[in-house]
Design a protein around this ligand. Structure first.
Ligand SMILES: C[S@@+](CC[C@H](N)C(=O)[O-])C[C@H]1O[C@@H](n2cnc3c(N)ncnc32)[C@H](O)[C@@H]1O
Length: 214
C-alpha cells in the first residue's frame, strides 16, 4: 500500500522505535491503519479492540487527530491468553505484582502522552463484550485485535460489525488462511462476517484483513 503521507509515517515509525513502544504490528499494517483511518473519518469515529501498549493506537489515533475526529481505544488491559505468565508472549515488565495481573494501561497512557494523543484517543478500560452492548454511535472504522481465540474473535467481529456505518471498514488483524502460518480464530471470524452478506472483502495488507460494509 502506498501511504498518503510518507514523511509523517516515517516519523511515527521512528518515534515508536525511539520510545520502545511494545506491540504486535508490522510496518505495512501500521501504514494501512493510518491511511484507512484518514479515509474513513468522514463516516464516523474510529474504534479499536486491543490497544495493549498503544502501537496500533498511535497510527489510528494520529489519523483521527489529523481529521479532527476521535479513536475509542478499548482494552481491559489484563492481556490476552498468550500474554499470561508462562505463555509465549508473556512480558514480565507488564506484570503488576501488587495485583498479580498484567496491566498495560500505564504503558498506553505513556504512549498517548509521548505522541500528544490525549485529546484524540479515548481509552475505554473494559472488556469488549461489555462495551459493545451499549454502543450506539455509528463508526467509520473498527480495528479488531483483541482475544484471538475462535470464540472471542467471532464475538468481537460479529458484534462490532453491526456498529459500522454503511461504507465503513472492519479491519481484522492476524488473518492467516493457512494454519501453518498462525491461529485460525480471526480468519474464521472474517469468513463468518462475509458470509452474513453485508460486508465484502476489499484487500489484505500482510496479515490485516480489510472488509467494507455495503
Ligand atoms: C495482541 S494485543 C493488541 C496489540 C496492539 N493492537 C498493538 O498494536 O500492539 C491484544 C490486546 O487485546 C486485549 N484484549 C483481549 N481480550 C479482550 C477483551 N475481551 N476485551 C478487551 N480487550 C481484550 C488484551 O488485553 C491485549 O492488550
Amino acid at each position: 500500500m502506498v501511504t498518503m503521507n510518507n514523511n509523517k509515517i516515517m516519523a511515527l515509525h521512528q518515534a515508536i522505535e525511539e520510545h520502545q513502544i511494545k506491540g504486535f504490528l508490522a510496518r505495512d499494517e501500521a501504514e494501512a491503519l493510518y491511511d484507512l483511518a484518514l479515509a474513513s473519518a468522514p463516516l464516523g469515529p474510529c474504534l479499536e479492540i486491543g490497544s495493549y501498549c498503544g502501537k496500533s493506537t498511535v497510527y489510528l489515533g494520529t489519523a483521527c487527530r489529523d481529521r479532527d475526529t476521535v479513536l475509542f481505544a478499548v482494552d481491559h488491559h489484563h492481556g490476552s491468553e498468550e500474554h499470561q505468565p508462562g505463555e509465549e508472549y508473556h512480558d514480565p515488565e507488564l506484570f503488576d505484582t501488587s495485583v498479580e495481573a498484567i496491566n498495560t494501561f500505564p504503558s498506553l497512557r505513556r504512549t498517548l502522552a509521548l505522541f500528544s494523543l490525549q485529546e484524540s484517543v479515548v481509552p475505554v478500560v473494559a472488556p469488549s463484550q461489555v462495551v459493545v452492548k451499549k454502543w450506539a454511535t455509528p463508526l467509520g472504522l473498527v480495528f479488531i485485535d483483541g482475544g484471538h481465540s475462535h470464540e472471542q474473535a467471532l464475538t468481537d467481529c460479529m458484534s462490532w460489525a453491526d456498529k459500522i456505518a454503511s461504507g465503513g471498514l472492519l479491519l481484522i488483524h492476524d488473518i492467516f488462511p493457512s494454519p501453518q502460518d498462525g491461529g485460525q480464530g480471526p480468519y474464521l471470524a472474517l469468513q463468518a462476517v462475509v458470509a452474513r452478506g453485508n460486508f465484502y472483502w476489499e484487500q489484505s495488507i500482510n496479515s490485516l484483513g480489510v472488509l467494507r460494509r455495503r
